[in-house]
Write a protein that binds this ligand. Structure first.
Ligand code: PLP
Length: 380
């Protein structure tokens, strides 16, 4: 058995998605900017895809811009709003993905830009009173807070954060990469200026994503070039990527309830099986607290042991693909900035298992048993 439990890194392409993409690789090859019929048919397909995404998010197509993925969408939201709106203060958290953190650090290094980090507890729950303190008496600020953490799964209340941002007239960007396609996003309710999606996290193709930018937030493009994406992103569109993204999101919404139930069941079973077979196992983040944590992600904290250095390698040998990284930052493994920020004990092992609709109960049982055996042998 070969088990893939690294779905927060990327998910396998859905066959239905591939079938929707294939004609745009082989038959409909025109450049969507061309005025002839080959171009026009492709342009029409892109606009249909945009309408699909917009409808699912309860917004208008004019607010959806296709990008090369989540990283570009995060960069565009942060860099362009600071540049175009003259923003010089940002609030974020130490738990963000590097697509956000490194972008913020770059702006800070360039100077004339102040960066504030929001307090959180040891499970990654944010202190929203601190957010209000940081926002009070500040010039216009951008707040960048992810919807859910890709490493530990902790979910933030982005509706509440959106409300606070509106109260202080702050621009709100939420990195929704890990929740897009797994939860319903109603942009009217969230009230963010920017949200992002990345197709390969919900069984779409790699290298394509989108930025939702609310119509009242007027920004200039990150990538200069042609007039594509209504002058908001130069470059010939990733046509089959865009078609695949829309199809994947459509399927994700269509089957969401069923898949959510399936994956939550797998996650609960993994927690139960590990606890049943191991004495000293716990879970980083809010994993044990139902809807406070992604149903797709389980970050397991394992006993201190020599095998922790080689944990992912040992799992790989047992044909289990997972990821993670300890709080330790020594050696070749740079470790996890998220676990370090949470103050997780660096001597413990940490592994992230992340689930998809394709995983099975048998796989979960095999993985839990393998992990338990590895530690039993080592700690005996
Ligand atoms: C929370 C989060 N943000 C951004 C990204 C980057 O997305 P992409 O791979 O599409 O650039 C990822 C991917 O791992 C992610 O998990």
């Amino acid at each position: 058995m070969r088990v893939y439990l690294d779905n927060a890194a990327t998910t396998p392409l859905d066959k239905e998605v591939f079938e929707a993409m294939a004609p745009f690789m082989l038959e409909h090859f025109g450049n969507p900017s061309s005025i002839h019929s080959h171009g026009r048919e492709v342009r029409a397909a892109i606009e249909k895809a945009r309408r699909t995404v917009a409808t699912l998010l309860n917004t208008s197509p004019a607010e959806v811009f296709f990008t090369s993925g989540g990283t570009e969408a995060d960069n565009a939201a942060i860099v362009c709003s600071c540049r175009s709106l003259g923003i010089k203060h940002a609030i974020t958290t130490k738990l963000e993905h590097h697509a956000v953190l490194h972008t913020m650090e770059m702006l800070e290094k360039q100077g004339d830009f102040q960066l504030s980090y929001l307090r959180h507890d040891e499970r990654g729950n944010l202190d929203l009173e601190h957010l209000e303190e940081l926002l009070a008496n500040q010039p216009r600020t951008i707040v960048s807070i992810m919807h859910a953490n890709n490493e530990i799964g902790t979910i933030n209340d982005i509706e509440k954060i959106g409300e606070i941002c509106r109260k202080y007239d702050a621009v709100f960007h939420s990195d929704t990469v890990q929740t897009m396609g797994h939860y319903v996003h109603d942009v009217q309710k969230i009230g963010a200026n920017f949200l992002v999606g990345s197709a390969h996290k919900f069984h779409g193709p790699k290298g394509v994503g989108f930025l939702y930018c609310d119509a009242s937030t007027k920004i200039q493009p990150l990538i200069q070039g042609g007039a594509q994406e209504r002058n908001m992103r130069g470059g010939t569109e990733n046509v089959y990527g865009i078609i695949g993204l829309a199809k994947a999101l459509e399927i994700a919404y269509r089957d969401m309830a069923e898949h959510q139930k399936h994956m939550q069941g797998l996650k609960d079973r993994m927690i139960y099986k590990l606890r049943e077979q191991m004495e000293d196992v716990s879970f980083n983040g809010m994993s044990e607290f139902g809807n406070k944590s992604l149903y797709t992600v389980l970050n397991v904290s394992l006993p201190a042991s020599d095998i922790n250095e080689m944990l992912l390698f040992s799992l790989d040998i047992a044909k289990i693909s997972a990821s993670g990284g300890s709080a330790c930052s020594s050696g070749a493994n740079a470790g996890s900035h998220v676990l370090r920020a949470l103050g997780v004990d660096p001597s413990r092992g940490s592994v992230r298992f992340s689930f998809s609709k394709y995983n099975t109960v048998e796989e979960i049982d095999y993985v839990a048993e393998t992990v338990a055996k590895m530690y039993k042998k080592e700690l005996a």
